[in-house]
Design a protein around this ligand. Structure first.
Ligand code: URA
Length: 260
C-alpha cells in the first residue's frame, strides 16, 4: 500500500515537471515541441554526423576561450569614440538611401557589451524613431535577448545600413559598400566577445560570402577575430513562427560561449 502511494506521488511530481517544462517552451514562443521521433536508422546517421570536422572558416572552441581573455577600451572611451563616429557620419549623403530616409539609425546599447546584434537596415518604425529594431521584428529580437537572460540595454544593436531602404527592400551593393565602414568601426570600438548576425545581409556583408543562411546558422564563424553566430532575421519568424526554435538553439550556443 505504502509503495503504491509513493508511486502515485512520484508520478504526480513527474507530471508537474513535464507541465513546467511545457509552459517554459510555450513562454519561449514554441507552438509545438522542437523534437521528432527518430527511427533507429536516423539515429545511426546522427551519430555519424557528430564525427564531422569543422571547416577552416569555422572557429574552434579554444579560439573562443582565448578571445574571452581580451579586454577592449574602457566604457567611456568607447562611448566617446562612438559619438565621434556618429559625428563623422553627419547628415550622410554618401548613397541614395539618404533621399528617402527620415532619420539615420546609428545603433544603440551598451558600448561595453560582450554581445552585438547586427541586422540589415532600418524599417519604417526605426526610420521614424531613429532607433534600431523597435518595430515588429524588434519585438521578436527584444524577446530573444530577454530569453537569453539579458536586457536590451545590456547589448549593442546596429545595422549594416543606417538608412531605411525604400519599401523595406534589401539594401543594394552600392548602399552596403557606402555604409559598411561604419558598422566595421562600431565593431572595432565595441570589440564584443560575440556577434550575432540577423539575416543574410548582415552575415553576407561581414563574412563576404554568399552561402545561404540556412547553411551558415548554428555554427560559429569569424570576423575580425570575433566569433560570429549567424541566425535568421527576426522578421522571418513573423511568417514562420514554428522555426523560432532554430534561432533559440543558435542563441543557446552563444550563451554557452559567453559563459566559458
Ligand atoms: N530590420 C533590421 O534589419 N533592422 C532594424 O533595425 C529593423 C528591422
Amino acid at each position: 500500500m505504502g509503495r503504491a502511494v509513493t508511486t502515485v506521488n512520484s508520478g504526480k511530481m513527474m507530471l508537474e515537471e513535464i507541465k513546467k517544462a511545457l509552459e517554459f517552451y510555450q513562454e519561449l514562443g514554441f507552438e509545438y515541441l522542437p523534437f521528432k521521433a527518430v527511427t533507429s536508422n536516423e539515429l545511426r546517421v546522427t551519430s555519424k554526423a557528430t564525427n564531422y570536422e569543422p571547416k577552416s572558416s569555422l572557429i574552434t572552441e579554444p579560439t573562443l576561450s582565448r578571445r574571452f581573455g581580451t579586454k577592449g577600451h574602457s566604457s567611456h572611451v568607447k562611448e566617446s569614440s562612438l559619438k565621434s563616429l556618429r559625428e563623422t557620419i553627419g547628415d550622410c549623403k554618401r548613397c541614395k538611401l539618404s533621399d528617402g530616409r527620415t532619420n539615420i539609425v546609428f545603433g544603440e546599447g551598451n558600448p561595453n557589451t560582450e554581445i552585438m546584434f547586427i541586422g540589415e537596415g532600418p524599417g519604417m518604425e526605426e526610420d521614424q524613431q531613429a532607433r534600431p529594431f523597435v518595430g515588429e521584428a524588434g519585438k521578436i529580437l527584444t524577446s530573444l535577448i530577454n530569453k537569453m537572460g539579458l536586457k536590451r540595454e545590456d547589448v549593442y544593436i546596429a545595422n549594416i545600413v543606417k538608412c531605411r531602404p525604400p519599401m523595406n527592400r534589401p539594401p543594394q551593393d552600392d548602399e552596403i559598400n557606402a555604409c559598411k565602414p561604419f558598422v566595421e568601426e562600431q565593431i572595432k570600438i565595441i570589440n564584443p566577445k560575440i556577434i550575432m548576425t540577423l539575416g543574410k545581409t548582415a552575415v553576407h556583408t561581414l563574412l563576404n560570402i554568399k552561402t545561404p543562411i540556412s547553411k551558415l546558422r548554428g555554427s560559429f564563424h569569424e570576423y575580425m577575430n570575433i566569433p560570429v553566430m549567424p541566425t535568421f532575421h527576426p522578421a522571418y519568424f513573423l511568417r514562420n513562427p514554428k522555426d523560432k526554435w532554430l534561432t533559440w538553439s543558435d542563441a543557446q550556443k552563444v550563451i554557452e560561449a559567453l559563459n566559458k
